[in-house]
Design a protein around this ligand. Sequence first.
Ligand code: NCD
Length: 321
Amino acid sequence: MKRHLLSAADLTRDDAELVLRTAEELRSLADRPIKKLPALRGRTVVNLFFEDSTRTRISFEAAAKRLSADVINFAAKGSSLSKGESLKDTALTLEAMGADAVVVRHSASGAPHRLANSGWVRSSVVNAGDGTHEHPTQALLDAFTMWRHLAPQSGGSLDGRRVAIVGDVLHSRVARSNALLLRTLGAEVTLVAPPTLFPVGIESWPVETSYDLDSVLPKADVVMMLRVQRERMHGGFFPTAREYSRRYGLDGRRMATLQDHTIVMHPGPMVRGMEITADVADSDRSVIVEQVTNGVAVRMAVLYLLLGGSQPAVSTEGLPE
Ligand code: NCD
């Protein structure tokens, strides 16, 4: 693996499969009474969040702590960042504190790349979501969830599996990272959105596109719903919320057209009643809560592999069975 994880495109198929296999080993830890491993003892992980987050920040914190790293949480609110301190000065502070890994979320696309490539810090940089650009650990946890459900029936891989990603593709870093990673893992991605919610240059993405959700659903092995990111919208991208739900929302009627094995995913936070109805979100097909559990194992794997883990991550020595 490279030193940083900035884009899903940084991962070769071998890298991605190594993360999935390591996450699988680490996931078993969640079922043990003592959930901690000594793998990153003495290392420091800084969570640097310039943008709001619930799942991702808590998930990285739990992941680092379960590997026995020291964790420093640094939120923009309540820090000198709100006094106008620059990314550079923040980076120099982190460097002075001896951070080994910096997990960064920022509203500006490219901020993690700036941090990694500026020479300001020596640590590994992990992109935890930058603007509308990328969110590679979300893509890894999504792929891990799909792999656990679908790979056992298809020779241990996602080759040829069909994934529909539906909704606000334009503002979604989750969609971009998933499209890149799933392509690397051999799956076929179809993005479904109204014409106004596809980004410019979508032709160069390794995906199919469609405006018609009803024609895509019966063929999909996975349906991933995206939140409409109102906080990034300045203008009308669709007539009304009701109209959006009618054409692009997943409800019980549409769910009934899915194949028996098809799973429903959502990265969270969900807007119930908008892109997904409550009955679908809470149905047996929904793996949305499992995505959160898997996120911790995947982030443990990423931190462990980036910080140079060469021994098996899980040693059974000294741990109660
Ligand atoms: C996503 C994000 O922040 O990009 N959520 C997440 O990380 N779990 C998607 C979203 O905000 O809709």
